[in-house]
Design a protein around this ligand. Structure first.
Ligand code: SF4
Length: 318
């Protein structure tokens, strides 16, 4: 990054910080004045809360590669998924406060440890602070691709701040239906916000591109978690993605649903996914002609909880 780009990045970080006074970083657009101590549904305040940082080997192969993805787990999330596997981090505030300079140090440390990229998990509420840390880290030699690993409930304003800075977008496309999005994730407008967010991400970064080692260097890789009983509206989500982005879109079809957190309160979510359900989802993807699909083992224990390091659980359909 040259001196002009760095100056621009510092300026962008400064103007992003002002967004915390009336926050609209996610689809809730709740307007909380986080700089004055208010919080919205995501629980995020003025200062980053960090749950963990580590080399992660359980992401899709273009993200984890052989040396691991330099993963930074942020605390707090605008979505309140009743089945969240990481609810201690996303909904219960597990983590510790860090400032911009420590966050920059963490990125540089992950680079020194051989990470292929910096993978920002649940970054949406923290975009301004991430930009400030990124400016410091780039100044000090951070040269890895940035992966924005999000639930996909990002506002256009948040994504505009990231334009040209994120190399790889790794968003979820969780639901086709507003009713399901409201009941299970507390965000009735998720489908509309998500459709818009994915469109912006694709416009900024295009389809996923990999280098000669198969590592992601740029583009969009969309994740979809198949839920029991077709509750995610998988057929319609996939058809929508194929229709809007073409069959060359990259998709990670996830099978790791388990009834965690509050899932037992919802009888329809209180069991795991069956093999037949996952196979039907995969058939739907293949029937649509999707060409780039990562599939996951049904019993994958892959989780984002920081004390897990798993072997690769994804493979790609040919
Ligand atoms: S990120 Fe948090 S504070 Fe900002 S709009 Fe969303 S819920 Fe509100």
């Amino acid at each position: 990054m040259n001196a002009g780009d760095l100056t621009n990045l510092h300026r962008r970080a400064d103007s992003a910080r002002r967004m915390l006074e009336r926050c609209g970083l996610c689809g809730h657009a709740c307007g909380a004045d986080r700089s004055a101590g208010q919080t919205g549904p995501c629980g995020a305040g003025d200062r980053v809360r960090l749950a963990a940082h580590l080399l992660h080997f359980g992401e899709e192969p273009p993200i984890s590669g052989r040396r691991g993805s330099g993963t930074v787990f942020f605390s707090g999330c605008p979505l309140t998924c009743v089945f969240c596997q990481n609810h201690q981090i996303s909904q219960q505030g597990r983590g510790r406060p860090v400032d911009d300079s420590e966050l920059a140090e963490i990125m540089l440390d992950l680079q020194d440890r051989g990470a292929h990229n910096i993978n920002l998990v649940s970054p949406t509420p923290w975009v301004p602070q991430i930009l400030a840390a990124l400016a410091r880290a780039r100044e000090r030699g951070l040269n890895l691709p940035l992966v924005y690993n999000t639930g996909g409930f990002d506002s256009p304003a948040a994504l505009k701040l990231l334009d040209g800075l994120i190399d790889v977008y790794l968003p979820d496309a969780k639901y086709a239906d507003e009713e399901a999005a409201d009941r299970y994730s507390g965000a009735e407008n998720y489908p509309a916000v998500n459709r818009r967010a994915l469109e912006i991400m694709h416009r900024q970064a295009g389809h996923l591109e990999t280098d000669d080692r198969g590592l992601a260097v740029r583009g969009l890789l969309i994740r979809h978690l198949v839920l029991p009983g077709g509750l995610a509206g998988t057929d319609r989500v996939l058809a929508d993605l194929a229709g809007r982005f073409g069959t060359g879109v990259w998709l990670s079809l996830m099978a790791q649903y388990r009834p965690c957190h509050r899932a037992a309160e919802f009888p329809e979510l209180s069991r795991g996914l069956t093999e037949a359900e996952y196979d039907a989802a995969l058939d739907a993807a293949l029937d649509l002609g999707l060409e780039n699909v990562f599939v996951q083992e049904l019993d994958a224990s892959e989780t984002y909880l920081p004390d897990f390091e798993t072997s690769e659980v994804f493979s790609r359909t040919e």
